[in-house]
Ligand binder design. Sequence first.
Ligand SMILES: [Fe+2]
Length: 322
Amino acid sequence: MMDPIAEIRDAAGLEELYPVLARNRYTAGWNKKSRSLWPEPASGFAARHWHYDEARAALAQAGRWIGTDLAERRNLLMFNPVGDNEYDTVNTLVAAYQMIKPGEYARAHRHTPNALRLVLEAGEGLFTVVNGVKLPMLEGDVLLTPGRAWHSHFNEGESEAYWIDILDVPLVHRLEPMFFEEYEGGTQPVESTPAAHPFWFRKADTEEALRQVKPMAPGVRRHTLESQGSIATMALNWMAMEPGASTGLRRSTASRIFAATEGEGRFEAEGRVFDWKAGDVFAAPIWTRYEITAGCDARLFEVSDEPVLRALGFYFDAENLP
Ligand SMILES: [Fe+2]
């Protein structure tokens, strides 16, 4: 091995200097392959739309072959095709459709990523257990499983249950504080079955809150769930939209995932048009210019990484430009 300083001094020109620098793990700032600063967010993630009828059919079909031993993994991740990504929906969040068959128990585990579930189809007998607390999963309900909480799900009903999972796993991948642990024995004991819980946002309560909130735009009401005390990385909002109502053009440094639970409408983003209906998911990554319109009375659930951007001083939008 030559002495790096001798090699550097021997270089007859920059072209001879670069390989010496690279061998010693330096990049010449004036000669790097890609830029490190740019005028505004330039994400590779794009606006996308996923169809519940496709995912539902695929999960029902896969259910013939993916058995109860893999029940907790019988899900379909909605990925954004950026490079070799097969997981992330947007830069910080992932959404997945999940199905659990009657009689199935998904084993308990815990992890640092935060998770929540939006129930699409469920009969009586579908439950989540979080840290020993047993909570019913009814259609339109949102249930939180904050990071490090033991959680499992089971279906004691008669029909297949479908829900949407949203997690901040991609954010954890980027920051790298990943911890994961299986529950010994697989099933956590049930210690209580409360009628209300801070991890459980019932559809009936959401509807009441939406009725009382002032519209943010004509025909658009938005209710923020009080989830920040449990999950700090995600903001959870329900939107009620009347027929023909529009959010207006929006754009921010938060990445957003929307799930429709009722109605149908249109999602226009950066010149692309997506027609959504109940059960569908669509995503507006960071700095996407988008507008949502409802074709009929609609309900949309929105999850964003806005609290992360705000906490770090990186939240900007049309009213609050840097
Ligand atoms: Fe989990």
